[in-house]
Ligand binder design. Structure first.
Ligand SMILES: [Zn+2]
Length: 366
């Protein structure tokens, strides 16, 4: 089998350090053409003012942290802002990947990695050491630097666009269509309820049928990353996050701009949506009339939201509604109506109680 032997010889002769996370088989490495295309797309994005980093086929930053080994011995407890690990949930789900919407503990739960044995131990360095491999902190609009980054990661098959940076302060609205969640419908519902419209802007289609909507944020507002906080299936890529750029090839396929949107500038995020994206205090001050009944209208909306759940959304919707109720100070008051709604859509009393208790814990009410 001459071709295989030749590959083996190539590997033996190649002394370039390989990314340890990358499979060493040639078919898993980006071929030269894929790598060249990824670089070309990244350079084009940079010309538009978007700061980029090389991504591997797994949608993770292609360059490994230079602190991988040292950090293993000097782990910083609680520090999950791991370079090369920039996702909303602090785990290794890449941006654009499903945020496990059916999992009650995951939405918006930052700093709680699902995989505690993360392959990248925490390091406080965000590139101050001058080396490459700090994930989104490597992001650059400088063509020379971008070529350096891609040269150091010849297995890169795509690129990530850093969110939250000038000039656009990019915000990504990541709409998932898997796991029985209809995120576009959730967004439409949200838009109706909060009276905003999504302006004409760049939309990127993901290989799984999802959509990334690009919006420009104001320079003085930090939009945090979140997964499922806004609504089931809707993840937000904000400061410290990144979006898989159009033209990127991943193991699931190619990301591409929806026709007609590629050359639009990211449109300004509608103020009503921006308010939903910016963090609210976990415990709002009690209303002046303490003990006054909560806004029955608002609570009713959340109950309706649960009642309208399809089978695959029941638990997620209940969790989301209970979180919003707790955040708005009427979690206790709404527990019975929400439980009732959950039973009516087919959850068991035990499931409902457990999901509402998770929401209480997550919002600091338990
Ligand atoms: Zn460093």
């Amino acid at each position: 089998m001459a071709p295989i032997d030749r590959h083996a010889a190539d590997r033996a002769a190649d002394h370039t350090p390989r990314h340890p996370a990358e499979p060493h088989t040639p078919e898993h490495r980006a071929d030269r053409r894929t790598a060249t295309l990824a670089l070309a797309h990244a350079l084009t994005a940079a010309e538009r003012g978007l700061a980029v980093i090389p991504l591997s086929r797994t949608k993770l930053p292609a360059l490994r942290s230079p602190h991988h080994d040292e950090a293993r011995h000097h782990a910083v407890p609680g520090a999950h802002a791991v370079p090369g690990d920039h996702t909303a949930a602090g785990d290794h789900t890449a941006p654009g990947a499903p945020a496990a919407p059916g999992h009650p503990a995951s939405p918006g739960h930052r700093g709680m990695p699902r995989h505690r044995d993360a392959p990248h131990p925490p390091s406080p360095c965000r590139g101050e050491c001058g080396r490459m491999g700090h994930g989104v902190y490597d992001a650059s609009t400088d063509p020379h630097r971008i070529r350096e980054l891609f040269a150091a990661a010849p297995w890169a098959s795509g690129y990530g666009i850093a969110c939250g940076l000038p000039p656009y302060h990019l915000i990504g609205i990541d709409l998932d269509t898997k796991s029985g969640v209809d995120a576009p419908a959730e967004l439409r519902e949200l838009a109706l309820r909060h009276l905003f419209t999504i302006p004409e802007t760049v939309v990127v289609a993901t290989p799984s049928g999802g959509r990334h909507i690009w919006l420009a944020g104001p320079p003085d507002t930090v939009v945090p990353n979140s997964a499922g906080r806004l609504a089931p299936g809707i993840d937000i890529r904000g400061a410290g996050g990144y979006l898989v750029g159009p033209g990127s090839r991943t193991e699931h396929g190619v990301y591409s701009a929806v026709p007609g949107t590629a050359h639009l500038p990211p449109a300004t995020c509608p103020p009503a949506l921006l308010r939903l994206l910016t963090p609210s205090p976990r415990r709002r001050p009690r209303p002046a009339h303490a003990g006054a009944p909560a806004d029955p209208q608002q609570g009713q909306g959340l109950v309706q939201f649960v009642l309208a759940a399809h089978e695959g959304q029941r638990n997620t919707r209940l969790f989301w509604a209970a979180c919003r109720a707790y955040e708005n100070g009427f979690g206790e008051a709404l527990t019975a109506p929400l439980t009732d709604a959950a039973l009516r859509v087919g959850l068991t009393a035990r499931e409902a109680a457990s999901t509402i208790a998770s929401a209480a814990r997550l919002t600091g009410h338990a």
